[in-house]
Design a protein around this ligand. Structure first.
Ligand code: KG4
Ligand code: ZN
Length: 354
């Protein structure tokens, strides 16, 4: 009992420290194809968030070309940082500490941000914090929802990763499930590609699905009983097989129906596993983040079941869904308030785990 009370006291003290920090961080993100810099005050106040997207260049190749991404980050990073400081109406002198995405991501792309930020840290003598990109996605909801605080279930679904996390307090989270093959966004992108929707195909597929009906019964893959892991590659293969069979039969493809059937299948599984996690942990809040949280059907599917149980569902505001430095700054505030700066010897970690 005394032990429990002491723990409660510690959590309260930690919450207080994080909620009340007014530190200014200059955050940098360069893990994939967006060069971004932001000035973030405390956990929730974004003073600026500048994103320079390379997507138009990579579209030509049907995916992100790592070598081109690194080069474009080098070209953009200094201007993006200067703009972020100007838009925040501040200068480097006023910044309390620097923060940068350490991983996961493309190694060459990450190295541009990490090297630049470390250079600034050495030149100015300021502290620096290396941030896990996925913790950044999770933190994007703190920016959007001023009252959101742990505990809650985080569903983090992007182009490279898919996780169900139990966010126990600001400093502790437990992984309850993750994908064993493709990420959710990756499955969307691959199916969109075979349907000829271009790259990245997630949002295009969602739009086409709106015009279709769920006429095809694609598999719902739940894995072993009780597992909260995902496997999306079987569904992707089923869609490709269906398309090939239809083509062989000389049938014309009903792309909206295929898109809708795929989307219903993947969302149903993700919804069920997220609710399962929520029930097991007795939580009352679900916070979705990562690029796929832009998907309205996913949000609605979760809201529909959650609202019946008085459970709230949060998604980040528009500007904080896809990769951006503001979310990195928010996650860095937690890290810095609780654990202080990173050792300057830290380096890019392309496979950094949550
Ligand atoms: O988080 P993010 O911007 O980058 C990574 O860290 O991966 O996520 C990008 C992913 C892509 O796979 C993209 O197709 C997917 O998010 N995405 C969507 C939607 N908007 C973006 N997937 C499904 N429906 C959407 N509306
Ligand atoms: Zn991301």
């Amino acid at each position: 009992m005394i032990e429990e009370a002491r723990e409660m006291e510690q959590v309260k003290e930690m919450e207080h420290r994080i909620e009340n920090t007014k530190a200014l961080t200059l955050a940098i993100e360069s893990s994939c194809d967006e060069t971004s810099a932001a000035v973030v005050e405390g956990l929730r106040t974004v003073r600026s968030n500048v994103v320079s997207s390379q997507i138009a260049t990579h579209v030509t190749y049907g995916g992100v070309v790592p070598e081109i991404a690194s080069r474009m980050h080098i070209e953009a990073i200094h201007h993006v940082v200067e703009r972020a400081l100007a838009e925040a109406d501040t200068t480097l002198d006023a910044i309390d500490f620097l923060s940068v995405t350490q991983g996961p991501g493309l190694v060459g792309a990450l190295l541009v941000g990490v090297s630049y930020a470390k250079g600034l840290a050495i030149a100015t003598g300021k502290d620096i914090v290396g941030v896990n990109h996925m913790k950044g996605h999770i933190a994007s909801n703190y920016i959007t929802h001023p009252h959101l605080k742990p505990p809650y279930i985080a569903l983090v679904v992007s182009g490279g990763h898919s996780y169900i996390m139990d966010v126990i307090d600001y400093d502790h989270m437990e992984k309850l499930g993750e994908t064993r093959d493709d990420a959710m966004g990756e499955a969307y992108d691959k199916v969109a590609r075979v349907l000829g929707f271009g790259y990245p195909g997630g949002s295009a597929l969602e739009k086409h699905a709106l015009e279709g009906s769920p006429t095809i019964d694609f598999p719902r893959v739940y894995l072993e009983k009780g597992s909260l892991d995902f496997s999306f590659s079987g569904l992707k293969t089923a869609v490709i097989n269906h398309i090939n069979t239809e083509k062989m039969k000389g049938h014309s493809l009903n792309s909206p129906d295929i898109a809708r059937s795929f989307q219903d299948s993947i969302i149903e599984v993700v919804r069920d596993k997220t609710m399962d996690a929520l029930h097991r942990r007795g939580r009352k809040i679900i916070a979705i983040s990562g690029g796929v949280s832009a998907n309205t059907a996913l949000r609605k599917a979760l809201e529909e079941v959650a609202s019946k149980e008085g459970v709230e569902v949060y998604v980040p505001a528009r500007g904080y869904i896809s990769d951006n430095a503001a979310m990195i700054g928010a996650a860095a505030q937690i890290e810095y308030a609780l654990h202080g700066p990173s050792d300057l010897r830290f380096t890019a970690d392309p496979n950094m785990k949550l």
